[in-house]
Design a protein around this ligand. Structure first.
Ligand SMILES: Cc1cc2nc3c(=O)[nH]c(=O)nc-3n(C[C@H](O)[C@H](O)[C@H](O)COP(=O)(O)OP(=O)(O)OC[C@H]3O[C@@H](n4cnc5c(N)ncnc54)[C@H](O)[C@@H]3O)c2cc1C
Length: 369
């Protein structure tokens, strides 16, 4: 394929849209990235940045394989972005400790051991040897040696700078109002600035995605799941790496702050932070890391994860809307899943065999359930 004569419009400039634009532009495809606001102002910069392929997966299957593919791609992908943009996305390879505070949690964690890779069970004293600040009341936990982290805001800055260098056209503050269909094929987008056409239209509109696909009769049940977070700072470091327990995680960043996350609420498109919710989250964090009780509050925020009923993202093309490629519904794991999504969607657009089978993620599956 002569990629230089091929063009693509990408709707939505969060991590997923930016990564797809990155991969396509690197392959020589002319890309236009369109967002209703500024790039990366929604879920993608609300995230904590855990790359939790193992800590976030509760059973083997297609989702786990997708997570593992992305985990394997992450280091080289983030280095490439760093090189081209000259901005570090702050990839830190330090693993994640997943502590059990209750026996049911301990049992669930141990039940993963027969199938999960890169995990070992640590006793309470082994956990405390790694993280002396955590509560001695934990019942032990799993160490996920390959679950690393990145700084989502730095990653977003780096991707944006890199996209400019790669010649991607970026149209911010340009809401897409509708998809243009001609002779049964999607071939463009309608905006207040006019209509734009391309060989490929790729929709990555996060939690807002279904408002554009519903009018086509393409049912993609994607809905917002609010996550409230807190950032705190302590005078001296109290944590070496990321610690995670049921309903709460604490991710230390290079600037000395720690992100505490996150709630999961189906509350529409409201992004307010509520005192009772944030204080409940903080209580969970203090239970895991008691010295946080004295921490300085830096900020609180909320973001809207794009959720799906079966927990799997929608990735691929649909028989309902030829010409349209979908990459939405990455829920709790869009930062982790970005490099794999970018690679797989690029393979689809170039007509190549995809590295993994995309059938479980098909946009057509929603009609079957
Ligand atoms: C609190 C919180 C913590 C998280 N922590 C992690 C984590 O540690 N690790 C991890 O892997 N994931 C994490 N996630 C999940 C991750 O942030 C999301 O899965 C990911 O950001 C989704 O990316 P996206 O590009 O699909 O969506 P978004 O970042 O929401 O981007 C969608 C974009 O589409 C644009 N858009 C929507 N409609 C239109 C339209 N009509 N026209 C033009 N543009 C449009 C929006 O303006 C937006 O910029 C977290 C999420 C939250 C909220």
């Amino acid at each position: 394929m002569n990629t230089r004569s091929t063009s693509a419009i990408i709707i939505g400039g969060g991590i997923i849209g930016c990564t797809i634009a990155w991969e396509l532009a690197r392959s020589g495809i002319r890309c236009t990235l369109v967002d209703k606001g500024a790039l990366n102002q929604e879920a993608s910069t609300a995230a904590a940045g855990m790359l939790g392929a193992q800590v976030e997966t509760h059973h083997p299957g297609a989702f786990y394989e997708l997570c593992r593919l992305s985990q394997q791609l992450y280091r080289d992908w983030s280095e490439e972005i760093h090189q081209i943009s000259a901005i570090s996305p702050q990839y830190i390879a330090q693993g994640i400790l997943r502590a059990a505070l209750h026996t049911d949690d301990e049992q669930e964690l141990k039940s993963r051991l027969p199938w999960i890779q890169n995990a070992e069970w640590l006793s309470t004293s082994e956990m405390l040897a790694m993280e002396p600040g955590i509560s001695p009341h934990i019942l032990g936990g799993l160490r996920f040696a390959q679950d690393h982290q990145i700084h989502p805001v730095q990653l977003a800055k780096a991707l944006q700078a890199g996209l400019h260098k790669l010649g991607c056209e970026i149209r911010e503050w340009t809401p897409v109002l509708g998809l243009i269909e001609r002779q049964g094929r999607i071939e463009g987008v309608r905006t207040a600035e006019g209509s734009f056409y391309a060989d490929h239209v790729i929709i990555c509109a996060g939690a807002w995605g279904s408002s554009l696909t519903d009018p086509l009769g393409l049912e993609l049940p994607i809905f917002p799941v609010k996550g409230q977070c807190i950032s705190v700072r302590t005078e001296a470091p109290v944590l070496q790496g990321t610690v995670f327990t049921q309903g709460c995680y604490i991710v230390p960043k290079l600037d000395g702050s720690m992100i505490i996350g996150a709630t999961q609420e189906e509350a529409g498109f409201n992004k307010c932070c509520h005192v009772n919710v944030v204080s409940d989250l903080f209580g969970k964090a203090v239970k895991l890391l008691p010295s946080l009780g004295q921490a300085e509050l830096v900020s609180t925020w909320a973001g809207l994860r794009p959720g799906t009923r079966d927990g799997l993202p929608f990735m691929g093309t649909s028989t309902q809307a030829p010409g349209l490629t979908v990459a939405m519904g990455h829920y709790r794991n869009g930062i982790l899943l970005a490099p794999a999504t970018g690679k797989l969607i690029k393979q689809l657009i170039l007509g190549e065999q995809t590295t993994i089978d995309l059938t479980p993620f098909s946009p057509d599956r929603a009609r079957a359930v």
